[in-house]
Design a protein around this ligand. Structure first.
Ligand code: ATP
Length: 236
């Protein structure tokens, strides 16, 4: 079943067209990856799905309802959560306080407690550091915190914007393992990455973007094996 359906999406910033007539879908239970170089329009697509940027044209359907004109907080409440590029953890707040911010739409204390327990089970390192200022975490730990914060709202669809950016190789592997784990536990994932090799190796399907357009799509395996992707993104 299609969980997210993006149809003929275009995004403009003034006269600059960042996204050009892009269509793709994410089915329930999948990890779908959008890959592309700097400036290809990946972040603009994610921010438009989250309601932070308005499209100039096109349609976005989430769980059967059109959301392209809906307020961002309502979109989150309907089951979609985004981990932004660069993580954006709140410095000056502890790890625990950051996680609590992820649950701000839910007044049910028991549910929030259960969600926190699940996040700590998945990220034991966050529990060990729960009283530490978020700004003092390493880059990889901040990425875990940003993912944990997004999971506090129990999203059906998790949007990840370049989770491996700027991380040491050992953390990169860990982050991709965690994404697979999140999928196994029933959350659907839309993953945006410049690390095409890693992203496509865990993706069920993927789309390749160039200057705002989808130029190729297929299963993760097909894209990894395709000459175009190998030449442009995998150095081969
Ligand atoms: P990156 O990997 O570098 O983040 P990206 O694929 O996510 O790239 P976007 O950030 O979506 O790409 O940018 C797509 C295009 O839109 C770029 O040409 C960028 O300069 C432009 N753009 C993005 N945000 C804005 C903005 N707020 N105002 C003007 N132009 C913007």
């Amino acid at each position: 079943m299609s969980m997210l359906n993006v149809e003929n999406l275009s995004v403009h910033y003034g006269i600059i067209q960042a996204v050009k007539d892009v269509s793709f879908e994410v089915n329930e239970g999948e990890v779908v990856s959008l890959i592309g170089a700097n400036g290809a329009g990946k972040t603009s697509i994610l921010r438009t799905i989250s309601g932070l940027v308005r499209p100039s044209s096109g349609k976005i359907e989430f769980l059967g309802s059109e959301i392209q004109k809906i307020a961002s907080r309502k979109i989150v409440a309907s089951g979609l959560s985004q981990v932004p590029e660069g993580r954006h953890v709140f410095s000056g707040l502890t790890v625990l306080e950051n996680l609590e911010m992820g649950a701000f739409l839910n007044n049910n204390r028991d549910e929030n407690k259960a969600n926190l327990k699940r996040v700590f089970e998945r990220f034991p390192r966050l529990e060990e550091r729960k009283n530490q200022d978020a700004a003092t975490l390493s880059g990889g730990e901040q990425q875990m915190l940003a993912m944990g914060r997004a999971l506090m709202s129990q999203p059906k669809l998790l949007l990840l914007d370049e989770p491996s950016m700027g991380l040491a190789p050992i953390f990169i592997q860990e982050i991709f393992d965690i994404i697979q784990d999140i999928q196994k536990q029933g959350t659907t994932v839309l993953l945006i990455e410049q690390n095409a090799q890693k992203a496509l190796s865990i993706a069920n399907r993927g789309y390749v973007l160039e200057t705002g357009k989808v130029v190729l799509s297929g299963t993760g395996e097909e894209l990894l094996a395709s000459d175009e992707v190998r030449k442009a993104y995998l150095g081969g």
